[in-house]
Design a protein around this ligand. Structure first.
Ligand SMILES: Nc1ncnc2c1ncn2[C@@H]1O[C@H](COP(=O)(O)OP(=O)(O)OP(=O)(O)O)[C@@H](O)[C@H]1O
Length: 231
């Protein structure tokens, strides 16, 4: 399980996270919701080591991640699908997937077939440039690239952003399949309430750098939860 315990995160003098604590259990989908700019991406940057925390502890499966570089967190089993997908536009789909080899030992440097059964479109587009794919295809590629690193926890930043509804359904199905078939933990942040309600086992809501609500997905329909999510 991933445990985030009482962390703070600053950008210069501005504090983006205040005493944030969450847990993401193995075999469960944990969803963090919140409006624009409340600190969701900052929380994922803290978990993946993209930005240092100024207080608190982050651990995964009993191992402290504090101070580990992103590369070593990937080795520890943390797979990251960043906001905006960050596909390399001039590399082919195959080459983009192969960038996931970096933290792997030589014997693990192959692309698991499972990625192509989850997202068949990637197989048919292996030789195409990443930049030529649609937003939805790029999102599938970003998840595939994270899968190449054989993660034990998959961390996704707004996987539905700018994606058409039919592909959102495919991505939801893939995330559920990964939870059920591999037992990995899945931590995702979102603004899209319906996606989280359908998918999540457990939800958190953030507001202004703090966790303001936590509970099972059904609790998203309570007036108190709604109040934190409406603009
Ligand atoms: N690199 C940065 N430098 C300074 N301030 C930042 C930086 N990144 C984010 N912030 C600020 O930190 C706060 C939290 O931002 P964050 O991106 O974590 O929010 P978010 O909930 O993910 O929003 P969004 O849904 O727009 O991505 C915001 O006030 C934002 O302006």
């Amino acid at each position: 399980m991933l445990t985030v315990d009482n962390i703070n995160l600053h950008y210069g003098a501005a504090q983006a996270l205040r005493g944030v604590s969450i847990k993401a259990e193995m075999g469960k989908i944990t969803c963090v919701l919140g409006r624009n700019g409340v600190g969701k991406s900052s929380l994922l940057r803290a978990v993946t080591g993209q930005h240092p925390i100024s207080a608190g502890t982050i651990s995964f499966e009993g191992e402290t991640l504090n101070g580990l570089a992103p590369f070593n967190r990937a080795r520890a089993g943390v797979g990251y699908v960043p906001q905006g997908r960050e596909i390399f536009p001039l590399l082919t789909v195959k080459e983009n997937l192969e960038t996931g080899f970096a933290p792997l030992t030589r014997k693990d440097r192959y692309i698991p077939d499972e990625i192509f059964s989850l997202f068949p479109i990637l197989q048919t587009m292996l030789g195409r440039r990443g930049g030529d794919l649609s937003g939805g295809q790029q999102q599938q590629l970003a998840i595939g690239r994270a899968m190449v690193t054989r993660p034990k926890i998959l961390v996704l930043d707004e996987p539905t952003e700018g994606i058409q509804p039919s592909i959102i359904k495919d991505i939801g199905r893939a995330i559920r399949y990964l939870r059920d078939s591999t037992g990995m933990a899945i931590l995702l942040v979102e603004q899209y309430l319906d996606f989280c309600r359908e998918l999540a086992d457990h939800v958190y809501i953030m507001d202004r750098g703090e966790i303001v609500h936590t509970g099972p997905a059904e609790t998203l329909d309570t007036p108190e939860a709604r109040r934190h999510l409406t603009v």
